[in-house]
Design a protein around this ligand. Structure first.
Ligand SMILES: Nc1ncnc2c1ncn2[C@@H]1O[C@H](COP(=O)(O)OP(=O)(O)OP(=O)(O)O)[C@@H](O)[C@H]1O
Length: 656
């Protein structure tokens, strides 16, 4: 293998879209800075960049050598495969001008690539991962100002949670006790398990202990998630004992805003040099926080502050590299508590916790378990809820084509049986076999028109009403009503491309709604903006304070009749934006599951394509299902694709 042959292969791999142009640009730029003629270094450099683009924070060389196709998502030519197998990669990397091989994680980093413990990293990702791990270890080692010995804590916990449960372990009380005593804690759990309720009770306790001077910051990764948390925090405060309700903030900001975004820069205003003015920081929807953002957050925390992460470990990982919450929560089901943690938690429950002790050889990765409590009972989706049962069965991988003789648990179903067993679930599969096109799927058309016409009727009602006149509150109330009704129904899709992807389905749905007279008919196919058009913000826009993932609806401004796009801000206020100011938006009748994270819709419809694809995974299906609050419909051109998707897992390489 010589450099020329590797470069020729690079060019063809980019043409086949296996590598991104930036993946091969990286070794070229590095070569200009430090000449490197070793073809293997060029190859590994491009591949680690490719892996970063796919969300991995590192590339494990032993896995690459064993199963390159599985690791990379495409096949390497035999010649390159052979070189990987035959070369001592460790030695080759030690000789590479771009790679710093380190034995100790504390070693200062001066080169653009880092090789540590069998994994190759882009230096930026290595630094982020190392700083997150180090910061968490330090925080877990140091207790908060409410120490184990603090005699008030059991009484305070009893005050907010009531008497200890006699029927089972009250994991919420344990999570609260854990988070009150650690400078770093994770409260994880599925939808409706009480993460917000628990953290509000924690804040009430901390307020009681530290008084009004305690500075609390609440944040979420997207504007939509922040708005949802604002709402649920207000509800949880109402359920606190009256004497503890005051002084708990309800303003939730986005992480970007909290850290102080600096346009066109990677760094934030708040950092170790200029830490956040906070004593307690709570971050919701932490599964969406990527590695570099987590590093920035840890870096900006004052040393004394407590950080509490809330999130569902089983959801899809962040869009950018890393799967921080999933990595930190590995083993959370089992508890894996060491003797000290177990004894601390045992103070807060009369139930024996020994089943959650770390029974195997303690290893360093279980450090994170000492700061994690998993909430296990959904108070929103109980035993009778189809959404809850479906989510649990999917999460356990217990959805089958035909039921096995010995399913792993009593919650096993076939794809058909679970949808017929519950009223809040619906399966839409075409009756005829063979290829079906969405455009010909009459049942889907009926469902979509019925679903979207609710908010489009509110749009039309406001347009026709002369009563909106010019009063600000009247037009904002109309916009709020439109946005609220819009959240009652949403089509989710797994893919971007193809007839079952975002692009194809957006076109199909637009056509259906036009022909039903619910939205304006396109003028020679070029009309982009029309009343009722829902749009998704594709990129953070700090000038307009709109975040990637925010959804707005196009409405005619009652004052001028001109079209504007309305967005609900985290504080509940409405923003009216000129369409021409929105450059990175797309129609969102169909929304990808990735972008739906942090949102909830009354009736969620998940549309799966007619063929299995690597993107279709258990985590994706689970995330789609758990976006539904009251009704869930699965649209499956082939139900077997649903069953197979549940067996595919997202695996991201990381050193955490
Ligand atoms: N211990 C409890 N007993 C009874 N109801 C509870 C309990 N904890 C939470 N709930 C109720 O369950 C619902 C969901 O609670 P909460 O919003 O705290 O859960 P969550 O895990 O934050 O949900 P989400 O999935 O929205 O993140 C709320 O209506 C809440 O009042």
């Amino acid at each position: 293998m010589n450099l020329h042959s590797v470069q020729t292969w690079f060019t063809s791999a980019v043409a086949r879209k296996e590598l991104r142009p930036i993946d091969i640009e990286l070794p070229r730029v590095l070569h200009k800075l430090a000449v490197e003629e070793n073809a293997l270094c060029w190859l590994l450099c491009a591949l680690v960049s490719h892996q970063y683009g796919r969300g991995h924070s590192c590339m494990r060389l032993s896995e690459l050598v064993q199963a390159p196709e599985y690791v990379l998502g495409f096949a390497l030519p035999n010649e390159l495969r052979a070189v990987l197998v035959e070369t001592d990669l460790h030695t080759a990397l030690q000789q590479c001008a771009w790679v710093q091989c380190i034995e100790q994680p504390e070693a200062p980093i001066e080169k653009p690539l880092v090789y540590f413990s069998g994994a190759l990293y882009l230096a930026r990702l290595w630094k982020a991962e190392h700083s997150v791990a180090q910061a968490i270890h330090t925080r877990i080692g140091a207790s908060s100002s409410l120490r184990t010995a603090d005699s008030d804590l059991p009484a305070l916990i009893q005050r907010v949670f009531g008497e200890q449960s006699t029927t089972g372990i009250d994991w919420q009380a344990l999570a609260c006790a854990m988070a009150a005593q650690r400078k770093f804690a994770i409260i994880t759990g599925g939808p409706g398990t009480g993460k917000t309720t628990t953290v509000v009770r924690l804040l009430a306790i901390l307020r009681q202990k530290h008084g009004d001077n305690l500075r609390i910051l609440l944040a979420a990764p997207t504007g939509k998630a922040a708005a949802r948390l604002t709402e649920s925090i207000a509800g949880a405060i109402d359920r606190l004992p009256a004497s503890m309700q005051t002084g708990i903030p309800t303003d939730v900001t986005t992480l970007h805003k909290m850290l102080g975004v600096r346009p066109f820069r990677r760094s934030f205003k708040h950092s170790a040099q200029h830490p956040l003015a906070a004593d307690v920081v709570v971050v919701d929807e932490a599964s969406m926080v990527d590695l570099e953002m987590m590093a920035a957050l840890m870096n900006a925390l004052p040393e004394h502050a407590q950080l509490v992460l809330l999130g569902d470990k089983d959801q899809l990982a962040s869009v950018e590299a890393g799967s921080v919450l999933g990595d930190l929560c590995k083993g959370a089901e089992a508890g894996n508590y060491n003797a000290a943690t177990l004894s601390m938690l045992q103070t807060y429950t009369a139930h024996d916790l020994s089943a959650y002790a770390d029974s195997s050889v303690p290893d360093v990765s279980k450090v994170y378990n000492q700061a994690t409590v998993m909430l296990r009972e959904s108070h929103r989706f109980g035993a009778e809820s189809g959404i809850g049962n479906l989510a649990r069965a999917v999460n356990a991988g217990e959805i089958y084509r035909t039921l096995p003789k010995t399913p792993r648990s009593d919650t096993a179903y076939t794809a058909e049986s679970i949808f017929t067993a519950f009223d809040d679930l619906n399966l839409l599969a075409p009756e005829q076999s063979g290829t079906i096109y969405p455009t010909e799927f009459a049942e889907l058309r009926k469902l979509v028109i019925a679903g979207y016409q609710t908010y489009l009727q509110v749009v039309a009602k406001g347009e026709a009403s002369g009563e909106l006149d010019n009063t600000l509150s009247a037009r904002d109330n109309w916009a709020k009503e439109v946005l609220k009704t819009h959240r009652s129904f949403q089509l989710l899709v797994a893919l971007r491309k193809g007839m079952w992807g975002v692009q194809g389905l957006n076109d199909t749905v637009s056509e259906w709604l036009q022909s039903a007279g619910l939205i304006a008919r396109a003028v020679s196919g070029t009309r982009t903006w029309y009343a009722g058009r829902p749009v998704l913000v594709q990129r953070n826009n700090y000038t307009l304070n709109l975040m990637n993932g925010d959804i707005g609806i196009t409405l005619p401004d009652p004052e001028t009749g001109k079209l504007r796009v309305v967005f609900e801000q985290a504080d509940g206020n409405i923003k009216w934006v000129l369409p021409s100011r929105l450059s990175d938006v797309e129609t969102v009748f169909a929304l990808t599951v990735h972008k739906s994270q942090g949102s909830e819709f009354t009736h969620t419809v998940l549309v799966l394509p007619d063929e299995l694809n690597p993107v279709l995974t258990r985590e994706l299906v689970y995330t789609g299902i758990t976006r539904a609050s009251k009704q869930f419909t699965l649209v499956a051109a082939k139900p077997s694709v649903f069953v197979d998707a549940v067996q595919q897992r997202v695996i991201r390489s990381s050193g955490l």
